[in-house]
Design a protein around this ligand. Structure first.
Ligand code: BGC
Length: 756
C-alpha cells in the first residue's frame, strides 16, 4: 500500500473518535473485493454498517515509526451481489499511538492526530478499481465520544454524527515503513456470566465475574433515551470488601454508555480493561439482568497447545491462573500487566515466561512479530531496552532502562522458540540482534568479561532484601555477569545451528566463565559479600533500593550458577546442598524474585533435590506460588504477597494481580512433574525426553502437549506405593523414556505403559 495516502481529520477532537467515510459504486459483476487498512491510532472498518475488519485494536501495537502493520480483509461477501452506491467507514480511536500512554502518560507519541490509510480494491471480470484514502474522503463525528487504552470509553447512542469536513493529508505517518500484518489478530474469546451481585460495606453495587481477566464487559439493555450505564473496573476488593482501584494508578478504566431508548448492545472498540469486578456507578432505571451482561476475554488469537492437571486442586488452580495470566497479557505484545498505566512490552517479564508460554499456547507468530520490534528498536550499540516497542523514545528526561535479564530477552526468546518449534528462521531473523546484545555486554564497562556497571532491575521483587524492597539481595553484578555468560552460550548454540563460525564467541564464553568464577566464586561457592555497584541516581527516588544488593550467597545466585552451568560437575552437590540450606534458613521458603524464580525448581530437581522442589511448589506460606492461590487468586500476582496476611496490600504503586512472570513455574510442571522436555538435538519435539519425577503429593498427573511434531501425552498415578505410567509418542518422533527407578529406553511412535 502507498504510504503517501494517510489522511487525518480537519479538526482535532481530542479523545473523541472520528469516522473517515467514502461513498463508492459497485457494478454488478464484482468478482472479489479486498480492503487494506492501517492507522496511526486504532481503527475499525465497516462497509454499509457491517464490520469489515477482523478483531479489535488494529493495526496492533508496534514501533510504529519503524514498522507499522497494515491488514488486508476479504470483503467480497459484504459487497457481492450489490450494485450502486456503497459506504466505507473507518472509525479511529487514539490507541497506543496517540492517546496517553506509558506510566509517564505521554501523549501523541507517534503523531499529532489519528490518521488512516486505506485501499479498497474491486475486481471485476475485465477491470480492477482501487479506491484510496485522499482529501475527497469526508470525516464525521462518532458515537464514541472518548476512548483511551487506559481511560476506557464513552459511547453515546444519542450522538448525532456531524460532518467535520473533508480529510486532510497527514504528513507524519507517510514516513512510517508499512509492513503486512505479522501477528495474530486480537479477538474475543470466553464470555463469562456474572457470578454475584454484591453490595459492599460502602454501599457500592459490584458485579463479580469470578475470574480476573482482560477484555471488557458487554451489556445488552433497553432503557430510556439518555439513561446511562457507568462502570468502573477492579481486580480485587479491599480487606473490608470495598471496591479497590488504587493499584490501577493513573489508568481510569471507566466505561460510560448512554442509551437511546432502543435495545442497545454496548461494548468498547478502542480500549480494554483488566478486571474481575465492576462497580455499577450509574445504571438506568431497569433491573440488572445477569443474562444480558457478559465479561468478554480479549487476547491475541493464539492456539492452546498444552494441558496439565494433577491430583492437587491448588496446583490445578495455579496452572489455571497461569493460563489466564497468559491470555490477559498476550494482547498483541507480551505485556507486564493488562490493567494499570503500563501494559507495556517489558522484556524481562516476556523472557522469564516465554518457555512456559510456548508450552501453553503456540506463540511462534506472536513472538515473531514482537521480536521484529526488538530488532527495530535495538540501538546501534546493541542496547535492548526494558520495554519494546520502546515508547519512551525521544524522551530524554526518561532515564535509560537497560538491564541484565531484561535485555537478554533478545537471546533467550529466539532460542526458546527454536527449541519449541524447530523453526530455524527464528534464529536467522534474530541472530544479528543476539550478537549485538552480547557485544553490548562485552563492550560496556572496563571489565571485558564481566558486566559490573550500570543500572539493573536486579532480582526484581525478591524477598531477601526485606519486605519493602523492590529489589532482592543478590548482587546485581553477579546477575548481570551470569546473564552475559548465558546469552553468549545461547548465541553460540544459535550460530552453530546456522552453520556459522563461532570460535570467537566460544573463546569469549570461556573467558566470561573464567572471570565469573574468579570474581564471584571461591572454593566452588559464591563469595559472601561483593562490592556494591552504585545504582543510577534517578532510580533511588522511584525504586526502593536497599544497599544490601550485593550478596553472593543467595538462593538466586546459586540457582543461576547451577542453571547457567557456571560451576563444574564436582561443585554441583555442594552448591545444591547450600541452596537447600539457604531455603531452610529462610524458613523453608523461597526468597527468589523475577530472576531466580523461573529456574529455582529446575536447579533443585536437576541436582538431586526433587523433594525440596516439591516442598516449595506445594508451600502455602508467603512467599510461595500457592500463597496467592489460597488467598483467592485467579491469575498470577505481581508480588508474592500482593495481599498480605492481614488483608492489607503490599503496595499501592506496584501491585498488579495479573502479572504472569511467576507463572513460569508451569514449565517445571510440564518438564519435570509430567517430564516432557524437548531435546536440543531434536528441536520441535522430533526428539524429546519423557522423564517424570512423580510425587505422592500430586497423586497423579495428566499432561498433553500439541507440538509441531504431533501430540505428546504423559500420565502417571499412584496406587499404593506403585506408580503407573502411560506415555503417547507421536509417529515420526523419538522419545527417551527415563523412569524414577533408572530404567531407560528409546521409543518411537506409539503408546507405552510402565509400572515402577
Ligand atoms: C513492571 C515489571 C517490569 C518492571 C521492571 C514494572 O513496572 O510492571 O513487571 O519488569 O517494572 O522492573
Amino acid at each position: 500500500m502507498n504510504s503517501k495516502n494517510f489522511i487525518k481529520s480537519p479538526v482535532d477532537l481530542g479523545a473523541a473518535s472520528v469516522i473517515f467515510t467514502k461513498k463508492f459504486n459497485v457494478k454488478n459483476d464484482l468478482k472479489k473485493a479486498t480492503l487494506t487498512v492501517t492507522a496511526v491510532g486504532v481503527y475499525e472498518a465497516a462497509i454499509n454498517g457491517e464490520k469489515a475488519s477482523i478483531g479489535m485494536l488494529n493495526p496492533g501495537y508496534t514501533s510504529y515509526h519503524k514498522r507499522l502493520q497494515y491488514q488486508t480483509f476479504d470483503v467480497t461477501s459484504i459487497l457481492a451481489g450489490k450494485e450502486g452506491e456503497q459506504k466505507l467507514e473507518i472509525t479511529t480511536g487514539l490507541g497506543w499511538a496517540i492517546g496517553s500512554f506509558t506510566y509517564q502518560m505521554y501523549e501523541k507519541l507517534y503523531g499529532d492526530n489519528m490518521a488512516v490509510n486505506a485501499e479498497l480494491t474491486l475486481v471485476y471480470a475485465n477491470e480492477n478499481e482501487t479506491i484510496v484514502t485522499d482529501e475527497a474522503w469526508e470525516v464525521y463525528t462518532s458515537k464514541t465520544e472518548m476512548s483511551g487504552i487506559y481511560d476506557g470509553e464513552t459511547v453515546n447512542m444519542l450522538h448525532e454524527s456531524k460532518l467535520l469536513g473533508n480529510a486532510v493529508k497527514d504528513t507524519v505517518a507517510e514516513k512510517y515503513p508499512l509492513i503486512e500484518q505479522e501477528g495474530e489478530y486480537i479477538t474475543e474469546h470466553e464470555r463469562l456470566a456474572p457470578i454475584a451481585l454484591i453490595t459492599t460495606p460502602k454501599g457500592e453495587r459490584v458485579i463479580d465475574f469470578g475470574q480476573n481477566m482482560t477484555g471488557f464487559v458487554e451489556f445488552k439493555i433497553k432503557a430510556k433515551a439518555g439513561e446511562k450505564i457507568v462502570i468502573s473496573h477492579a481486580e480485587v476488593l479491599d480487606s473490608d470488601g470495598n471496591f479497590y482501584t488504587e493499584n490501577y494508578r493513573k489508568a481510569k478504566n471507566i466505561m460510560t454508555y448512554i442509551c437511546d431508548g432502543n435495545e442497545n448492545l454496548f461494548k468498547p472498540r478502542f480500549s480494554f480493561q483488566g478486571f474481575r469486578y465492576i462497580r455499577i456507578d450509574e445504571y438506568p432505571n431497569v433491573e440488572i439482568n445477569f443474562n444480558n451482561i457478559r465479561a468478554v476475554a480479549v487476547h491475541s488469537d493464539i492456539e492452546r497447545t498444552g494441558r496439565f492437571s494433577c491430583g492437587n486442586e491448588k496446583i490445578n488452580q495455579l496452572y489455571h491462573n497461569t493460563i489466564w495470566g497468559q491470555k490477559g497479557n498476550y494482547l498483541d505484545v507480551p505485556t507486564d500487566c493488562p490493567q494499570r498505566d503500563e501494559r507495556l512490552g517489558w522484556t524481562g517479564d516476556a523472557q522469564v515466561f516465554c518457555r512456559t508460554a510456548a508450552l501453553n499456547f503456540n506463540v511462534l507468530k506472536f513472538f515473531k512479530k514482537w521480536l521484529g520490534d526488538l530488532r527495530a528498536d535495538q540501538e546501534p550499540n546493541g542496547v535492548i531496552w526494558g520495554v519494546h516497542p520502546n515508547s519512551f523514545f525521544d524522551h530524554p528526561e526518561t532515564p535509560t532502562r537497560i538491564s541484565a535479564a531484561w535485555g537478554d530477552a533478545s537471546t533467550i526468546i529466539p532460542w526458546e522458540l527454536y527449541r519449541a518449534y524447530g523453526d530455524k528462521s527464528i534464529l536467522e531473523e534474530n541472530f544479528e540482534m543476539m550478537k549485538k546484545w552480547v557485544e553490548y555486554m562485552h563492550s560496556t564497562g572496563d571489565e571485558e568479561y564481566l558486566w559490573l556497571t550500570g543500572f539493573h532491575y536486579g532480582d526484581w521483587l525478591a524477598m531477601d532484601a526485606g519486605e519493602d524492597s523492590y529489589v532482592g539481595a543478590t548482587s546485581n553484578d553477579l546477575i548481570a555477569s551470569a546473564f552475559f555468560a548465558y546469552s553468549t552460550d545461547l548465541l553460540i548454540r544459535a550460530g552453530e545451528v546456522l552453520g556459522k563460525d563461532m570460535s570467537h564467541y566460544r573463546e569469549l564464553y570461556k573467558n566470561i566463565v573464567k572471570r565469573f568464577r574468579e570474581y564471584f566464586m571461591e572454593n566452588g561457592m559464591p563469595k559472601e559479600e561483593l562490592p556494591f555497584t552504585e545504582v543510577n541516581p534517578p532510580y533511588r527516588k522511584s525504586i526502593k533500593v536497599i544497599d544490601t544488593v550485593r550478596k553472593g550467597v543467595t538462593q538466586t545466585a546459586i540457582v543461576l550458577i547451577l542453571h547457567f552451568n557456571l560451576c563444574t560437575d564436582e561443585e554441583r552437590p555442594a552448591l545444591a546442598d547450600k541452596l537447600v540450606e539457604l531455603i531452610h534458613e529462610f524458613g523453608d521458603l523461597m526468597a527468589t524474585g523475577f530472576v531466580g524464580t523461573p529456574y529455582l525448581l529446575h536447579a533443585l530437581s536437576d541436582n538431586g533435590k526433587t523433594d525440596m522442589a516439591y516442598h516449595l511448589l506445594l508451600e502455602e506460606r508467603n512467599p510461595s506460588w500457592l500463597y496467592s492461590v489460597t488467598h483467592g487468586a485467579t491469575t498470577i500476582w505481581e508480588h508474592w504477597n500482593g495481599i498480605k496476611e492481614d488483608g492489607s496490600f503490599w503496595s499501592t504503586a506496584m501491585n498488579s494481580f495479573n502479572h504472569y512472570a511467576y507463572g513460569s513455574v508451569c514449565d517445571w510442571l510440564y518438564g519435570v512433574a509430567a517430564g516432557i522436555t524437548v531435546s536440543e538435538d531434536g528441536v520441535g519435539y522430533k526428539k524429546f525426553t519423557l522423564a517424570p519425577k512423580p510425587s505422592k503429593k500430586l497423586g497423579h498427573v495428566n499432561c498433553a502437549l500439541e507440538t509441531v511434531s504431533g501430540r505428546i501425552e504423559s500420565r502417571w498415578y499412584y496406587k499404593g506405593e506403585q506408580v503407573f505410567f502411560e506415555f503417547t509418542v507421536p509417529q515420526g518422533t523419538e522419545a527417551l523414556i527415563t523412569l524414577p527407578n533408572g530404567y531407560t529406553e528409546t521409543v518411537c511412535g506409539g503408546t507405552y505403559y510402565y509400572t515402577v
